[in-house]
Write a protein that binds this ligand. Structure first.
Ligand code: G1P
Length: 290
């Protein structure tokens, strides 16, 4: 079965970015000149996803508007003859009906957010993208995962190696490498302290899940931080179905963190021919003071 649907949990308040996020969705913060959410949505469409499911909350109106037409801007750009920009904002609007919004009424955790999409996803495997995790790779990461899914027909999560003292920020795996970059997961634990972590292999925000996961998410058992955790439901799913970890080649930026967000801006700006030289010149100048 083809992966056609992708769930984006985007209900978080973004308190770490206050005051920027007081009246604005954190997913709308720009990395260079594109909102964080747009990177993930483009990645999903590039992987063949046909339907985007946003699990939103209050205060996320800008997100909906971003993926809708803006007649005022289009009108002004047309009048000024700025056809490039006009095309850019028109292309950004997905085909009518391909984005669905549902709400997570209470902040009960990532697992609960995914569960909110259960009736829209239905009985088919689906992808989950945590937009805060911005991933810079040669080959788009979700496209690679979809290819692996076609072969293994099983749930999987993207993984990366982290510093051992950072395990309490991630879902951590006990896993063994089956073939290059593909791990068979034996067990997983959400945010363990470094002394309890089974490895330094951490989950990052890209998943492909079989619909069976909704059964376990529906039990609404609370885990780390008193929240309903996706990792815990996956751990239970492991007893019935295999789950794999895909170690990607590339760089992941945690845009939910202020430093990670700045790093993402710098890394993505340095990829841009129109910005690269001036930035390098500036970095060289200020690094003398470090
Ligand atoms: C979530 C998951 C965690 C995963 C992480 C990746 O945690 O619960 O397993 O490692 O995303 O970014 P959060 O960052 O939402 O606390």
């Amino acid at each position: 079965m083809k992966i056609k649907k992708a769930v984006f949990p985007v209900a978080g308040l973004g308190t770490r970015f206050i005051p920027a996020t007081k009246a604005m969705a954190k997913e709308m913060l720009p990395v260079v000149d594109k909102p964080i959410i747009q990177y993930a949505v483009e990645e999903a469409f590039a992987a063949g996803i046909e339907q985007i499911i946003f699990v939103t909350g209050r205060g996320k109106k800008a997100l909906e508007d971003h993926f809708d037409r803006s007649y005022e801007i289009e009108h002004v750009l047309k009048q000024k003859g700025k056809t490039d920009l006009l095309m850019q904002i028109q292309e950004l609007v997905p085909k009518t009906g391909t984005i669905i919004y549902t709400r997570q009424h209470e902040p009960l955790g990532l697992g609960h957010a995914i569960w909110c999409a259960r009736d829209i996803v239905g009985d088919e495997p689906f992808a989950v993208l945590l937009a805060d995790d911005l991933i810079q790779t040669d080959k788009p990461i979700l496209s690679e995962m979809v290819k692996i899914f076609d072969r293994l027909r099983a749930s999987m999560a993207a993984v990366m190696e982290i510093e051992k003292d950072q395990t309490d920020k991630y879902g951590i795996l006990d896993a063994q490498e089956l073939e290059k970059n593909i791990f068979k997961i034996n067990d997983m634990v959400e945010k363990p302290s470094p002394d309890k972590a089974p490895s330094n292999l951490a989950i990052v925000g890209r998943y492909i899940l079989t619909p069976k996961i909704f059964e376990y998410l529906g039990k609404k058992e609370k885990g780390a931080g008193g929240e309903i955790q996706l990792t815990d439901a996956m751990k239970t799913l492991l007893k019935e179905q295999p789950i794999y970890g895909y170690k990607f080649n590339g760089q992941r930026f945690d845009c939910g963190d202020k430093v990670g967000f700045q790093m993402a801006n710098l890394a993505f700006a340095l990829e841009r021919p129109d910005m690269r030289d001036r930035l390098i010149k500036f970095i060289k100048k200020i690094q003398k003071d470090f």
